[in-house]
Write a protein of this length. Structure first.
Length: 447
């Protein structure tokens, strides 16, 4: 398919000047009186790939369906390229849509499926055939035009759905978990292809997913949603490296969250351990919350420093509150230059090891150790005494705020959850979305 992307395509003309700019203001939506969406403002640029990322039930689909016109907002406006479309029906918004379950007509050929929206729009036959041919070439399915959907793999069916949506040349394409039904390998391949197509044609894409890896890999920007609101909007790099809230830190990737009190020396006292954090934005004696990514923590065996082959950081991140009294404390047995614990378990994940380090008070640290090749040693096994260290520069300072709805309590173990996971959500099918049957949605509408 990559070759097709590189080829000289004419089908998907770039949208006209300014086409594809979406402005959302003060948007509220809900069901049976219960508000599930509350957005102050969201501006999506022309040609942008924006992912809407969040846990199940946070309102992603409601937001997408509000943009599409399937859900009627209770307040606010949606403006596409300067036109207020809030009260327009789906087929008059000039949008395309791709669903998780492909929503293809099983009795029609691939070509007929792709042409469907063009027929509804009454394009003449020659124009239809030309657009279908080129759309199929764009998604790498030339030669499949006469097949039926059931003669195609899942990935191929999803490409047909994409071709169908693109054939009408929408200024904005909405994608609702379109890769969720594909296996992990195909899903990764399709990601690359989807991004390549998007770059090639310049269509604004709004992509709903609960898979953080997918959002990071695909997007220009990611809107991280929680409880109907956007908690952070930023580039993949920003939301990962500088999460604005505890929720974002724990939902995107994994994070060991530590809460404590700021000491006179400007560090953080976490249950008797002093964590070197760099400058903290709160005063002495005040409460602060910080996060440390598992891949930023290094381990060495307690008795033989450096002997595991696992790289160690400078011994500066952690020390006892009073170095003169390097005695056991409530959080763990302190040693110079790190915090001591015992490996609870280690799990091999192909490119890395996941290690849980249990401290004396039951607190758990999640550590990720990259497998760097044939020469690299495995991390210590369960029951091994270890010392964990990290560089203060790698400590993420989070604003102390309310407990995240889905977050675990800090210091109790599974706070270093990996983020969104990648299981496919149950397939609700297009019938579960009002007006989302094939052909009824915006992808076949007159723009
Ligand atoms: N048709 C409906 N009637 C009543 N409540 C609904 C309806 N659709 C969604 N909800 C509720 O609205 C909230 C947001 O749902 P929405 O489908 O937008 O979430 P989501 O983030 O897309 O979740 P998922 O990832 O599981 O699809 C949820 O609490 C859900 O139960």
């Amino acid at each position: 398919m990559a070759a097709a992307v590189e080829s000289d395509l004419r089908l998907i003309e770039l949208p006209g000047d300014g086409a594809g700019h979406v402005e959302i203001e003060g948007l509220a939506a809900g069901y049976e009186g219960a508000r599930v969406l509350d957005l102050e403002r969201l501006s999506i640029r022309k040609g942008e790939f924006l992912s809407i990322l969040g846990p199940s039930g946070c309102g992603k689909t409601t937001l997408l369906n509000s943009i599409a016109g399937f859900v009627r907002p209770t307040a606010g406006r949606i403006v596409i390229d300067g036109s207020d479309v809030t009260d327009r029906p789906p087929y008059r918004r000039g949008l395309g849509m791709v669903f998780q379950n492909y929503a293809l007509f099983p009795h029609m050929t691939v070509a007929a499926n792709v042409a469907y929206g063009l027929r509804v729009r009454r394009l003449d036959r020659a124009e239809r055939e030309e657009r279908v041919r080129e759309a199929l070439r764009l998604v790498g399915l030339e030669g499949y035009a006469e097949r039926r959907p059931k003669q195609l793999s899942g990935g191929q069916q999803q490409r047909v759905a994409l071709a169908r949506a693109l054939a009408i040349r929408p200024a904005v394409l909405l994608l609702d978990e379109p890769l969720s039904n594909l296996d992990a390998k195909l899903r990764r391949e399709m990601r690359v292809e989807l991004r390549a197509i998007q770059r090639r044609i310049g269509t604004t894409m709004i992509f709903v997913t609960h898979d953080q890896e997918e959002a990071l890999a695909l997007s220009d920007r990611v809107a991280v949603m929680n409880g109907g609101r956007i908690e952070q909007l930023g580039t993949p790099d920003e939301v990962y490296r500088r999460p604005a809230t505890r929720f974002v830190a724990q939902f995107i990737g994994a994070a060991n969250v530590l809460e404590g009190t700021v000491t006179a020396s400007g560090e953080l006292d976490v249950g008797g351990i002093t964590v070197g954090c760099g400058p903290l934005p709160v005063g002495v004696g005040e409460h602060a919350v910080v996060a440390i990514r598992p891949e930023r923590i290094r381990l060495r065996t307690a008795d033989e420093p450096g002997s595991t082959g696992i790289p160690d950081t400078p011994a500066s991140a952690l020390r006892t509150t009073d170095p003169a009294e390097a005695s056991p404390n409530t959080a763990g047995v302190e040693t110079a230059g790190g915090v001591a614990g015992t490996v609870g378990y280690r799990a091999f994940a192909g490119d890395a090891w996941h290690v849980e380090v249990r401290l004396a008070d039951g607190r758990a640290l999640s550590v990720q150790s990259a497998d760097t090749g044939a020469g690299s040693a495995d991390p210590p096994g369960a029951g091994t005494p270890v010392v964990a260290t990290w560089d203060p520069a790698d400590v993420i300072i989070l604003d102390a705020g309310p407990e995240p709805e889905t977050g675990a309590k800090p210091g109790t173990g599974p706070e270093a959850r990996s983020g969104a996971g990648s299981e496919a959500k149950p397939d609700t099918g297009p019938a579960a979305k009002p007006g989302a049957e094939p052909g009824a949605g915006p992808e076949v509408g007159a723009g």
